[in-house]
Ligand binder design. Sequence first.
Ligand code: DP6
Length: 339
Amino acid sequence: MFRASGSQDIATARAGTNIAFIKYWGVADPELNLPLSNSISMTLASAVTTTTVRWDTRANMYMDEVTIDGETLFGDKASRVVRHLDYIRELAGGVPFRAKVVSQNNFPMASGIASSASGFAALTVAACAAIGLRVEKDRLSAIARRGSGSARRSIFGGFVEWEQGREDNSSVAHQLYPEEHWNLRDVIVVVDSNSKHVSSQRGHVLAATSPFNVARIDRLFSVLQEVRTAIATCDLDRLGPIIERDALAMHGVMMTSNPSLIYWQPATVEVIKAVRRWRDEDNLRAYFTIDAGPNVHIICEPSTEPEILLRLKELSCVEKVITSGPGPEPELLKHHLIK
Ligand code: DP6
């Protein structure tokens, strides 16, 4: 349980984003963010969001103030955060307080590195603690899901499964294994750090318009079992081909939605092909996956990581590389981003 920090009104939380091995794509209920299938991910140690929330209990503010990565957001840009604060105000008994929120990512936002997963996980933990809401992790994870589906998984560390569920209470996430279980590496290849043109929220709704959506979901039951076994036995060569196929299947659904969504750039394909070439020709054990953006996550073991980093230096399309292993659940910090 994350304990509330007394009557301080301010709290700061740090949460890792996560990389999905089996993706959450498509919603059964867009209001509650109920998915069409289970998903499995690894919470990351080094791609994190730190968020401070200070509730204005003296009622000096007339609106919420949201600053992310140094930019103060207004109107539509702030509305997703404000909506989440509204939900937390309601859970706290309908308190009228506005809040100041300052958030810092250590990686580019909205570019297929799930900043909203770590963002809404950190926001939920900090906002609940600062307002004095004492909630179990399961509940916290359900609250985070309202902000962003994948944030639900970032409330847990290590390897995490989110059960589809049929309603708010049964759509729960849980840890499969803690971060110490397997030092799997995620080499995040940033080929484009601009914001994505269509949000995942919109994409989830469009998924149902693809003729391939049902086919992908139907196969997932056995695929999820394979992934659980691969993680249980720390077997990269079993995990890798499955996660590549699911990433391609999800992007197939995106591309064949109506309207069609193409998140990839030419550089995305260049990195995919390079990973396959390195594997086929040089036995380099590395596999790719891609979330809703153009950037490629290369999944490997620590022994192969230096060679991958070296080879990525030769690809001119690569803007930046971030590396991470599995990380812990969100943490409350003593140091705040608001003075
Ligand atoms: C492709 O609805 O969680 O990353 O809130 O915009 O980050 P944002 O997205 P969310 O969908 C994430 C979709 C995905 C796959 C996944 O993380 O499972």
